[in-house]
Design a protein around this ligand. Structure first.
Ligand code: ZN
Length: 335
């Protein structure tokens, strides 16, 4: 049922960290100025909401203070994505002063992206902007130094983080090699949190052994198709919504013993399609459960949550802020 809200009630729905797609066009055409003004006033009066991500297809404003310029307040905006900031110079100034994350991307691509979002079609692929400053290999349209949404290769953080990338081998649930290289990446903040967990676990005599990190969307689709009608179906993500692995914010891992370099015995095996994979499974040996529970406790202290049916899978808390990606490991390492 449609519901009509007044301005204050509508603005009150916005929460910290929300992402807002604001319509309208440069020069003030169809821009919800009264709504933006009310949001700015709410922030001035209450300090809330903080850390918004703003997106507009066209730079919106009047080259003075209107449009996104109304929201140019420290703490209110974390990130802006738009075709430009010329119509809202105060936002441009915040980007230039490195106070916000900022991206400028082609107007036509952002338009197409809105159509695809509305139609529920994830994964817009375009050639527009290749070999220009919006090409991911040439900066990806980043407009401030703090715009560091990047995939980090985990072994570069600490060489004692070990890899056992099963999808680059044949000992996985599909019995075939699906990754061309045994490499693991996470978004920078998730990677930093993982490193902190690894260091804490060293105090207990363990290190992290990584099975998987960032996963290209095409591979999630492949898993979905191959798992259909098998017990693995419960354990693979629907490519329609994508996986947190596709966002570089999920990691599959276990512990290895620092004394001998060997993976520890857990209550169940990685990717095992049984109840033993549940992080609260009460069977198995007490010492196996103890290691599983230690891994979980340390990861939770550093901003991760365990998947309800996979003791080895951890999601980083800020995963909704990151897009679903479908770039290769080769491309990720060049970013
Ligand atoms: Zn996983």
């Amino acid at each position: 049922m449609a519901e009509i809200l007044d301005l204050a009630a509508s603005v009150a729905l916005v929460r910290a960290g929300d992402r807002l797609l604001v319509g309208g066009s440069g020069g003030g055409h169809a821009v919800p100025e009264a709504w933006l003004t009310a949001l700015a006033e709410r922030f001035r009066a209450t300090g809330r909401p903080r850390d918004l991500s703003l997106m507009s297809v066209v730079a919106i404003g009047d080259w003075k203070t209107a449009g996104f310029g109304r929201l140019a307040q420290t703490g209110l905006v974390r990130r802006v994505v738009s075709a430009g900031f010329n119509n809202c110079p105060a936002i441009g100034a915040m980007a230039a002063a490195d106070e916000i994350e900022a991206y400028t991307l082609p107007q036509g691509v952002l338009s197409q992206l809105c159509r695809d979002m509305a139609a529920g079609r994830p994964g817009l692929v375009t050639r527009t902007g290749l070999h220009t400053f919006v090409d991911p290999r040439l900066g990806g349209g980043k407009q401030s130094a703090r715009t560091t949404e990047d995939l980090v290769e985990l072994v570069t953080l600490d060489p004692t983080i070990k890899l056992d990338i099963r999808y680059a081998q044949t000992n996985n649930f599909m019995g075939k090699v699906v990754y061309p290289e045994a490499r693991a990446f996470l978004q920078r903040p998730a990677a930093d949190a993982l490193l902190a967990a690894h260091k804490e676990l060293a105090l207990h005599g363990y290190g992290l052994l990584i099975h998987d990190g960032y996963r290209p969307w095409t591979i999630t689709k492949l898993f979905w198709d191959m798992a259909a009608g098998t017990p693995m179906q419960e354990f693979v993500a629907d490519p329609k919504s994508g996986s947190k692995h596709n966002r570089g914010c999920a990691v599959d891992l276990t512990l290895y013993d620092l004394a001998n370099g060997q993976a520890v015995q857990m209550p169940g095996d990685y990717d095992e399609p049984t109840k033993r994979s549940y992080p609260d499974y009460r069977g198995g040996k007490p010492e196996e459960r103890g290691k599983r529970d230690l891994l979980r406790a340390v990861m939770e202290r550093h901003g991760f949550t365990v998947e309800p049916n996979e003791w080895w899978h951890f999601n980083y808390k800020d995963w909704p802020s990151y897009p679903i990606l479908d770039i290769s490991f080769q491309e990720a390492s060049k970013r």
